[in-house]
Design a protein around this ligand. Structure first.
Ligand code: HEC
Ligand code: HEC
Ligand code: HEC
Ligand code: HEC
Length: 328
């Protein structure tokens, strides 16, 4: 069984690498954090167990992959999967765990040269098998790797998520942003964002402006009603805590920061039934642009900012840690 061998493999690896430390195994870290995106390949993440998704990336070397996992990438891989409490070794173990899945899956097709299907396959796997006949060396040669990268192009990821765009492509002038009509003279009269945002409080994500602070410190004073300059928002200060299973901190949804900008009807009832706990919200839905993702990643800070939403430490954290130290 494939699943069985994966589990035994990861157990063997973690026993070898982590003699007695309370380090989380690659499998644990993967299951708790990385799987949110990598299990289904959401937001362009290379999918767990999918050799096609991984081979062009593996071609650049395992060291490069460790680097991406630890520091994140501009195309949406958050540093340490968004959980800075993991040690570097734990994140690397999770990368190894994901790589093991594609290597074990790839072996059966790459090993037997007598495989009759291999001839008709346009994939470059057979080349790899002939140039490196030893089975234990799964790393492809540079030329085969280049061929693979060509054969399996990495798609334009996160097309739906414009606040996760690579740095250089953020905040283009209005005629080039794909939102405003370049044929309309009015578009050319608009201030380019980089000019308009000068002097506003900065953030490290999205369009680089901390909008919550901008409105809180009165750096901006958006008009609530287009026609009535005196209209004021109905600000409601009500936090809703959503408990999250697993190791991520719980989510605090703040009505205050939302109702300073948004009318109740922006969310109720079309996106959320106004009743605590009545809505099924998941990270998968958010990443697909539903629920909180209707706005976050499009017009509000992107999903890479895990801590802004997952802001409440679990009450259980202490007893759980105590139990863990007793166990060892
Ligand atoms: C919020 C979604 C998300 C989470 C959570 C996440 N990833 Fe990723 N990951 C991505 C995306 C999107 C990419 C593709 C980004 C790219 O091509 O630069 C990616 C790419 C990668 C890559 C390949 C990077 C490269 O340079 O080719 C590795 C390795 C990786 N992730 C490891 C991890 C590990 C380990 C975890 C858990 C600790 C994790 N990821 C959690 C979204 C995620
Ligand atoms: C940005 C989206 C958004 C806006 C705008 C918004 N809400 Fe909510 N509201 C939510 C979410 C999310 C919940 C929690 C739903 C859940 O837990 O399933 C919620 C819950 C509620 C609840 C249930 C509270 C409880 O304890 O059961 C009420 C009442 C409510 N909202 C009223 C309002 C009113 C009044 C406004 C406008 C002044 C408003 N909301 C604006 C997203 C919003
Ligand atoms: C209708 C659009 C919309 C929806 C839906 C929405 N948000 Fe927001 N959210 C915003 C905007 C706009 C801001 C303020 C601008 C920003 O921070 O980017 C904001 C700000 C926040 C903040 C404040 C961060 C800070 O710096 O204080 C949190 C936390 C947050 N959202 C969480 C959530 C969660 C959790 C959900 C889903 C339950 C959700 N939001 C759904 C539009 C939305
Ligand atoms: C815009 C707010 C927001 C951001 C940003 C965010 N989350 Fe979530 N997350 C949520 C909400 C809401 C839930 C659902 C909680 C519940 O079950 O009610 C959730 C649930 C989860 C869960 C539980 C399993 C699931 O899919 O429901 C995990 C794990 C998780 N988030 C990880 C992350 C990671 C890792 C990041 C950063 C890469 C992140 N989240 C960023 C709002 C957010």
């Amino acid at each position: 069984m494939k699943l069985h061998s994966l589990i035994t493999l990861s157990l063997a690896v973690s026993v070898l690498v982590t003699p007695a430390l309370a380090q989380k195994s690659g499998k644990d870290v993967y299951g708790k954090t990385c799987a949110v995106c990598h299990a289904t390949g959401i937001a362009g993440a290379p999918k767990y167990g999918n050799a096609g998704d991984w081979s062009p990336r593996i071609a650049g070397g395992t060291g490069r992959l460790y680097g991406s996992a630890l520091k994140g990438t501009p195309k949406g891989m958050p540093a340490k999967g968004g959980n800075p409490s993991y040690s570097d070794a734990e994140v690397k173990a999770a990368v190894d765990y994901m790589l093991a899945a594609v290597k074990t899956a790839a072996k059966p097709t790459a090993t037997p040269p007598q495989n009759p299907v291999a001839k008709e396959e346009p994939k470059p796997e057979p080349k790899v098998a002939t140039s490196t006949p030893k089975v234990d060396k799964a790393e492809p040669t540079p030329t085969a790797a280049a061929a693979m990268a060509e054969a399996v192009p990495v798609g334009d990821v996160n097309a739906f998520n414009r606040l996760l765009k690579p740095l250089g492509k953020r905040n283009p002038p209005p005629p080039e942003d794909g939102i405003h009509d370049p044929a309309n003279d009015g578009t050319h009269a608009l201030l380019p964002p980089l000019t308009a945002y000068a002097g506003l409080p900065k953030s490290l994500a999205g369009n680089r402006v901390n909008w919550v602070e901008a409105i809180g410190t009165k750096k901006i004073n958006p008009r609530w009603d287009r026609t009535d300059p005196k209209a004021e928002p109905v600000v409601m200060d009500l936090n809703i805590v959503r408990e999250v299973k697993g190791s991520m901190p719980d989510v605090v949804y703040p009505h205050k920061q939302h109702t300073e900008w948004l009318d109740c009807s922006n969310c109720h009832p079309a996106i959320f039934v106004p009743q605590k706990g009545a809505n099924a919200i998941s990270m998968a839905a958010i990443l697909l642009g539903e629920k909180c993702g209707v706005c976050h990643g499009k017009v509000a800070f992107p999903v890479s900012e895990c801590r802004l939403c997952h802001s409440k430490k679990k009450d259980l954290a202490r007893p759980a840690q105590a139990a863990a130290s007793v166990a060892k």
